[in-house]
Design a binder for this molecule. Structure first.
Ligand SMILES: Cc1cc2nc3c(=O)[nH]c(=O)nc-3n(C[C@H](O)[C@H](O)[C@H](O)COP(=O)(O)OP(=O)(O)OC[C@H]3O[C@@H](n4cnc5c(N)ncnc54)[C@H](O)[C@@H]3O)c2cc1C
Length: 391
């Protein structure tokens, strides 16, 4: 039968592409179905369009980077981990480079390099890819799954669902996989926004576009030191995204621009620049536009600062209060928290405990991670494992 496959994978993101690769590698006649006109649309937008393909940290780093049920992945990572991702790409001719915080990118700085390598590997291993194909229904009769788009129908023995979460639906991840899960009586945990940019009551216009390396954001007892970006609506970048899981809106958070210096060191620095203009002194420590913004309400010369003004300036630099009004919605957050309940999934094979032959991988599962390559690592590794087990 021409329309019968050993394995069908629904959803051509990183997880689905890797599932199609491992399934084909293990000799299964495999079909990957994607509704967009190209594979990996969301993946292409990661890392500012450069594709943050994985993170080169240790297993402990991976666990710290995957706060949403990372421990479920121990068995997956024992079969295929971030170092296997790195080997996979280098073995397939893609040169990679490691940047700050262990983030791994293609040396070309182009997402296409990664996506083309995945596409090429699927083709090389004899897998079939069909784009522009939205799946509208799935059912199982006896041992066989039937998968339907609006104008085609396929059957398979094994079905892998890699349709992603519900964030950035314009990239194709609209939650269809959760519908498949519910159809097969799986539990889908509550879906929430994760890694959400923060909306703030702050004169962000003046600071819009400024990015800062390794600053500290604090909310109550939670502190995050990472990169930060001022946007037209508030704060983004890894520090804000990570803090978002501890913030609802209505609280004040505090920004330390210079976490590597304590308050006394900053005060001593200012004293050493007494004869200079305040703006020029601050520019040594901070980006120019930020230095201008902070210096604005204060006297021109550093030595003209009264003790009270100096104290106010120090607190601006070490603990700038920023009122948070809310955070971006699920659709505008980077990651979806929640998904197919892990209690009903075998952690060794990613097969459903309820429906033999049905597997879930990637963000459709109840797993969420920080940006920085951790979600993509989870997607690629679960994809590999889901594709590699045969019954
Ligand atoms: C702007 C942005 C930046 C990000 N940056 C990072 C980062 O730096 N590091 C990091 O680790 N993570 C990052 N992420 C998160 C990461 O991209 C995702 O976690 C990852 O892509 C999930 O992979 P996936 O294969 O599970 O799902 P997806 O990449 O969402 O792929 C799912 C695919 O399934 C297809 N599909 C859905 N329904 C159907 C259907 N009915 N029929 C056919 N096809 C269907 C979709 O079109 C889509 O192509 C970022 C996310 C965004 C939005």
């Amino acid at each position: 039968m021409q329309n019968h496959f050993d394995t069908i994978v629904i959803g051509g993101g990183p997880s689905g592409m890797m599932a199609a690769i491992s399934s084909s590698f293990y000799g299964q006649k495999t079909l990957l179905l994607e509704k967009n006109k190209r594979l990996g649309k969301k993946l292409a937008g990661t890392g500012g369009g450069r594709c943050n393909v994985t993170n080169n940290g240790t297993l402990d780093d991976l666990m710290a980077g995957i706060p949403g049920n990372g421990r479920f992945l121990y068995s997956v990572f024992s079969q295929f981990d971030n170092h296997d991702i790195i080997s996979f790409f280098t073995d397939n001719g893609v040169q990679l480079k490691v940047e700050d915080h262990g983030r791994v990118f293609p040396a070309t700085d182009k997402s296409r390099t990664i996506i083309e390598a995945l596409e090429k590997k699927i083709a090389q291993l004899g897998g079939t890819v069909q784009i522009n194909t939205e799946i509208v229904s799935v059912k199982k009769t006896g041992e066989t799954f039937t998968v339907k788009s609006t104008d085609s129908i396929w059957t398979c023995d094994k079905l892998i669902v890699t349709t992603g979460g519900k964030s950035y639906p314009s990239t194709g991840s609209t939650g269809f996989g959760h519908e498949i899960a519910r159809h097969f009586r799986h539990t889908v945990t509550d879906l929430e926004a994760a890694e959400s940019p923060l909306l703030t009551d702050f004169p962000h216009k003046a600071l819009q576009g400024i990015s800062l390396d390794d600053v500290t954001l604090r909310c109550g007892a939670h502190t995050i030191t990472h990169d930060l970006l001022f946007t037209h609506f508030g704060l983004s970048g890894p520090a804000a995204l990570r803090l978002s899981s501890f913030v609802k809106g209505g609280e004040t958070i505090y920004l330390d621009f210079l976490p590597q210096m304590d308050q006394e060191e900053v005060a001593a620095f200012l004293d050493s620049k007494r004869e200079k203009s305040l703006k020029n002194s601050l520019k040594i420590l901070l980006p120019e536009r930020l230095a201008d913004f902070i210096a604005q309400p204060f006297p021109e010369k550093t030595k003209q600062l009264s003790p009270k003004e100096k104290e106010a300036l120090l607190s601006q630099m070490k603990a700038l209060p920023i009122p948070v009004t809310g955070k971006m919605s699920l659709a505008k957050s980077f990651v979806t928290k929640g998904g197919v309940s892990l209690k009903e999934i075998n952690p060794k094979t990613l097969e459903s405990k309820l429906v033999p032959g049905l597997c879930f991988a990637g963000e459709v599962l109840d797993i969420n991670a920080h940006t920085g390559g951790f979600n993509i690592t989870a997607a690629l590794c679960t994809g590999w494992v889901a594709g590699s087990s045969h019954y």
